[in-house]
Design a protein around this ligand. Structure first.
Ligand SMILES: NC(=O)c1ccc[n+]([C@@H]2O[C@H](COP(=O)([O-])OP(=O)(O)OC[C@H]3O[C@@H](n4cnc5c(N)ncnc54)[C@H](O)[C@@H]3O)[C@@H](O)[C@H]2O)c1
Length: 257
């Protein structure tokens, strides 16, 4: 029976992923701020270290799966938390659990990015260098200096950098025998999206951004793709980003892929 860690397991896409993986026979260890096996705050280094220590204690240094869902939307206050959770929190858990995944059976990991990752090209991401240097303080300073657009910048740039980070790891993780992919959802009906819709700064733009399929996704529709990527059926899928966005990326960037 595979043992899989899911961050952000208490809500939205993480909770839906938990349900589908448990139905497929996984033992799930959830990490979240509350209502999870491991309660930890991934927005700061001590919380990340505590989460990693608790996973080691639970799974005995051997893990078969990892799904990183914990994340915050652009409307979050304080805005500094957005990049801290979406990028630094995610990567510390990803890298911290590679040794345990290496010992797992047909191990795989999926990182939840966003269709917003492609709103910024990497060479136009003003935070790219600071993200790749792992310089959290510099990222926060650049976000703070962005003024009223800081939430949008923090969200899009952290998801852009997260997708790049997954792709940069493809050789190391391939050699380790652990498949690593990302999923880029469009608008999914979760508390995170609702908070964005309720925010006068972001609500109108989210409402106007309608996918070609003409509706938003349910969290289960993202979880189904994550479950596929975690399964043996995806045994040759590595280093890919799956857009599960109702066609938004193809509509906005038909010639770039
Ligand atoms: N909902 C969407 O429209 C959408 C679109 C694209 C990408 N995403 C991404 O999908 C992922 C899941 O989002 P969701 O929509 O299910 O949101 P959600 O708010 O329903 O779930 C996110 C979970 O992350 C947890 N979390 C937040 N901060 C944390 C912290 N500091 N430490 C530990 N856990 C923390 C929350 O408690 C929550 O349970 C996020 O990474 C988000 O950016 C969502």
């Amino acid at each position: 029976m595979p043992t899989t860690v899911i961050t952000g397991a208490a809500s939205g896409i993480g909770a839906a992923t938990r349900a589908v993986l448990e139905a497929a026979g996984h033992t799930v260890i959830g990490i979240d701020l509350a209502h999870a096996e491991i309660e930890a705050d991934l927005s700061f280094p001590e919380g990340r270290a505590r989460a990693l220590g608790a996973v080691q204690a639970c799974c005995g240094a051997r893990l078969d799966g990892l799904v990183l869902c914990a994340g915050l939307g652009p409307q979050t206050e304080p805005v500094s938390k957005v990049a801290s959770v979406n990028y630094f929190g995610a990567l510390s858990i990803l890298d911290g659990l590679l040794p345990a995944l290496r010992r797992g059976q047909d191990a795989a990991a999926v990182v939840i990015s966003s269709v917003a990752a492609s709103h910024l090209a990497w060479d136009q991401n003003p935070l790219a260098t600071a993200f790749e240097a792992g310089d959290e303080a510099k990222v926060q300073a650049l976000v703070a200096a962005a003024g009223p657009k800081s939430g949008q910048l923090a969200y899009a740039s952290s998801k852009n950098a997260l997708t790049v980070a997954v792709r940069r790891r493809v050789v190391e993780w391939g050699k380790a025998g652990v498949r690593l992919n990302s999923v880029a959802p469009g608008a999914v009906e979760t508390p995170l999206l609702q908070a964005g819709l309720d925010d006068p700064r972001y609500g109108p733009a989210i409402r106007d951004f309608v996918a070609p399929l003409g509706r938003r996704a349910q969290p289960q529709e993202i979880a189904a793709v994550i479950a596929f990527l975690m399964s043996a059926q995806a045994s040759y899928v590595h280093g890919a980003q799956f857009y599960v966005d109702g066609g938004i990326d193809a509509m906005t960037r038909p010639t770039r892929f």
